[in-house]
Design a binder for this molecule. Structure first.
Ligand SMILES: Nc1ncnc2c1ncn2[C@@H]1O[C@H](COP(=O)(O)OP(=O)(O)O)[C@@H](O)[C@H]1O
Ligand SMILES: [Mg+2]
Length: 159
């Protein structure tokens, strides 16, 4: 089923491949993320799914760079939430890999973050169950068994 973003949000750029997936080298993925970040307006929640090493943090770093975050974006291994400043809004980067379930989200200030005015980027969104609000961009990365240098990027909109 095709879902389109509401008019308030510009179309995803660059345009997606016909089947909604692109096989990208790391540099191409960073470039896509940078351009996507540049075109992004808050408030917006973006989920980034994929196995360990799929490139979620790499993609988020690029999106943050394009969005205007100047600080280094690292993997939030110790804190589950990293917070950055950008000219357009605060940016939250959440990595839910280590949470045991949605019940732990309250301690992170989840409702305020995802319902707030900022840009929110979430790794391991599955861990949050149904607490990811509707109306968000879904990004997903997959390894390609045939090519270790490329990842498949799927992008969509969860209405
Ligand atoms: N096409 C690609 N896209 C993204 N990362 C790639 C690609 N090819 C190789 N890599 C490497 O895969 C690793 C991805 O790590 P990371 O972004 O931390 O993944 P995750 O956050 O999903 O665990 C990095 O070491 C990166 O250099
Ligand atoms: Mg990561």
């Amino acid at each position: 089923m095709n879902r389109v973003p509401p008019a308030a949000h510009p179309p995803l750029v660059p345009p997606l491949a016909q089947h909604g997936a692109l096989a990208m080298r790391e540099e191409e993925l960073r470039d896509w993320g940078h351009r996507f970040g540049r075109s992004t307006h808050p408030p917006l929640v973006i989920t980034v799914a994929g196995e360990l090493g799929a490139g979620k943090t790499t993609l988020i770093q690029a999106i943050c760079g394009g969005y205007g975050v100047i600080e280094d974006v690292t993997s939030p291994t110790f804190g589950l939430v990293h917070e950055y400043r950008a000219p357009r809004s605060t940016v939250y980067h959440l990595d839910l890999y280590r949470i045991d379930g949605p019940h732990q989200l309250d301690a992170l200030g989840w409702d305020e973050i995802v319902g707030g005015a900022g840009l929110v980027l979430i790794e391991w969104p599955e861990r949050a169950g149904n607490r990811v609000p509707t109306g968000h961009v879904t990004l997903s990365l997959q390894h390609l068994p045939s090519d270790p240098d490329r990842r498949l990027l799927y992008a969509g909109w969860h209405a």
